[in-house]
Each structure stands twice: as structure tokens, then as C-alpha cells.
Design a protein around this ligand. Structure first.
Ligand code: GAL
Length: 342
């Protein structure tokens, strides 16, 4: 009998310790993040929102969340290695901003084998890859909406204040298009829908030039300088797939005496993202407008889903619009009157 109780006591102590350890384990979550390129300004602001959201979750639930961010530096094989590391180190969930959005199958298969869910964000994997496993999610913006909004803003301006755009007064809008990375869903759809919207609104257009600036300010500045040398004052509007490139265009314009404060030589430049530097440029009047690519809500969505799946095994999000697999968020036009002057 005594033997029995001793054994029972040892067993229950072991059980208690086991429970204790289990509880401990479940109060700490490890999120592994890999971003395609850490020096991308929009992505760096997105990371800041992710970190803020992690802090909020820790405070709200009294848990510890370790979020480690790796920079894939534009190299897909490096990102695959980072994923391998997260898996071997027993991370609870991974958040991946693909370098090559067509190459997600490898990552999905590795994650599935290790049973570690993946929340992709900002660079949308193709549908076939998203369908390879149920614990794979995507958070991003409704890309075509951002193009439509750019088109609407410029059509409004052209139709209501033509004198500010149509500098040669020929009734046609002459434009150049700075495109993001080739193959990126946002670059393709913004380019297409901004122009389709102008046409739908009945604005007569003439494309002077288009080229990729790969989302980067310096590359966009170079393209814009070359276009200014070629077309000079004939460029009436610069459509840019993002703000960093729009700011590069503004730099090139300013070097040639355009878009300076209190100067009437103004070329209309429009971007997407609403990064901090773009808000300042809108305030100064150098950038006409942008479209908010809601990094705060998207980052909250990523962390919501990641935390939910890590802590309960189920993917839920408090950010409205999540269908259990995709969370696609709305864009919003940002005009000068929306930007608070500080
Ligand atoms: C886009 C954003 C760009 C760039 C890109 C990276 O959504 O507008 O500025 O950050 O994502 O994938």
C-alpha cells in the first residue's frame, strides 16, 4: 500500500512539474520573421508596426513573445536558409516576406513537414503555393485599389483644375510611369489600374516613358533625370508605384528647378505607401498626393494571425476582412489636407 502511495506521489509530482513546464512553455512564443530586403523604407516602417503590435499582445495577454527578424537581402536562397534555421530552432510560427514571390513552394513544404504555420505578407505567393497547406496565410493590400485611387486623384485634378496639370494646354495628359519591381503584384496592378482609371474617366493621355525603378529612390531619380533630359517640361504627371521612387523623381525635378517651394514650375508627382518622408514632401507641396498602403493594420493583421495560430492552433484576426486564409486590406487616398502640418 505504502509503495502504491509513494509511486502515486512521485507520479503526481512528475505530472505537476510537467504541467508547470507546459504552462511555462505556452507563455513564451517565438516568431521568426524574414523580410525580402531590410533597407526598403516601406518594409522597415512595416517592421516597426509589427514590433509595436508584439508589445501590445505581450501587455494584453501577459505573455512573452520573441520576434526575430532576418534580412534576406534580396537573395531567395538566403531566405530559405533563414527558414531552415527558424525550423531547427523550434519557432512557433514564421512570417515571411518572400524575396521571389513565385518561389514559396519550398518554404511551404518545409513548414508543413515541421508543422510550423507561415504567415506570408506584402509579397503574395501564387495561389497554387498558398493551396499546398492549410496553415499558410497571406496579409497584404488590395493592390488594384491603389492604382484606381491614383487614377481617380489625377483625373479629379485634371478635370477640375486642368491649369495645374495640363501645362501645354493641349487637353492631353502627358505622363511617365515609374514602376516597382517587375513581377511584383503591386507593381503590375498599380501600373495597370492607374491608367485604366484615367481612361475610364475620359482623360486623354499620352505616355512619354515608363521603366522600373525597383521600388528604389536612387534608381527612380536616375530614370527621372534621364527623362527630364529627353522630354524637359513636357512631362506633366509622374505616376510612381511607390513613394520612395516618387521621392527620387522629386529630387531629380528639384535639381532641374521644378517643384521647389514657391515656384510655379510644378510637375504633379503621385506615389503609394504614405511613408513618413512622403508625408513631409506632401506638406511641402513637392509631392502632390499618395495612397496609404496601411502598414499599421497589415502588420497588426500579421501579428494577430501569427499569435492566434501559435497560441491556440487556430488562425483568427481581430482586423476585419480575414477569410481564414487571406487578409487583404483597403488603401486610402492621402491628400495635402489629410497630412497634419507639424
Ligand atoms: C509594396 C510597397 C513598396 C515596396 C514593396 C516591397 O507594397 O508599396 O514600397 O515596399 O511593397 O515588396
Amino acid at each position: 500500500m505504502l509503495m502504491f502511495w509513494r509511486a502515486a506521489a512521485v507520479l503526481s509530482a512528475a505530472f505537476l512539474i510537467g504541467c508547470g513546464q507546459g504552462d511555462e512553455r505556452h507563455h513564451k512564443y517565438k516568431i521568426g520573421v524574414s523580410v525580402y530586403q531590410a533597407d526598403d523604407i516601406y518594409i522597415s516602417e512595416f517592421r516597426e508596426w509589427m514590433a509595436a503590435s508584439v508589445k501590445e499582445k505581450e501587455a494584453a495577454y501577459g505573455v512573452t513573445i520573441v520576434m526575430n527578424v532576418a534580412d534576406a537581402a534580396g537573395v531567395q536562397s538566403l531566405q530559405n536558409d533563414q527558414v531552415d534555421k527558424f525550423i531547427s530552432q523550434g519557432y512557433d510560427v514564421m512570417c515571411v516576406n518572400m524575396v521571389d514571390r513565385t518561389a514559396a513552394a519550398v518554404i511551404v513544404d518545409k513548414a508543413k513537414l515541421a508543422d510550423i504555420p507561415v504567415v506570408f505578407f506584402n509579397r503574395e505567393p501564387v495561389q497554387e503555393d498558398m493551396a499546398r497547406w492549410s496553415k499558410v496565410y497571406y496579409v497584404g493590400g488590395k493592390a488594384e485599389q491603389s492604382g484606381v485611387m491614383q487614377g481617380e486623384i489625377i483625373a479629379d485634378l485634371f478635370q477640375n483644375h486642368g491649369e495645374l496639370v495640363d501645362r501645354n494646354d493641349d487637353g492631353v495628359l502627358q505622363y511617365v510611369m515609374l514602376e516597382g519591381e517587375p513581377g511584383h503584384q503591386d507593381a503590375l496592378l498599380r501600373t495597370e489600374y492607374s491608367i485604366a482609371t484615367l481612361t475610364r474617366r475620359g482623360v486623354r493621355i499620352e505616355k512619354l516613358a515608363n521603366d522600373t525603378g525597383n521600388w528604389q529612390r536612387s534608381q527612380a531619380k536616375e530614370k527621372m533625370s534621364a527623362w527630364l533630359a529627353e522630354f524637359g517640361g513636357a512631362i506633366e504627371v509622374v505616376f510612381s508605384n511607390n513613394d520612395s521612387m516618387a521621392l527620387g523623381a522629386v529630387e531629380a525635378l528639384r535639381e532641374k528647378g521644378y517643384n521647389l517651394p514657391d515656384c510655379d514650375k510644378q510637375v504633379i508627382v503621385i506615389g503609394v505607401d504614405a511613408i513618413k518622408a512622403a508625408m513631409e514632401a506632401i506638406c511641402q507641396g513637392a509631392l502632390y498626393a499618395t495612397v496609404l498602403n496601411d502598414a499599421k493594420s497589415q502588420a497588426q493583421g500579421v501579428i494577430d494571425i501569427a499569435y492566434s495560430v501559435a497560441s491556440t492552433g487556430e488562425a483568427l484576426s481581430a482586423v476585419p476582412g480575414f477569410d481564414g486564409k487571406y487578409l487583404l486590406l483597403d488603401y486610402r487616398p492621402v491628400m495635402r489636407e489629410d497630412v497634419k502640418e507639424n
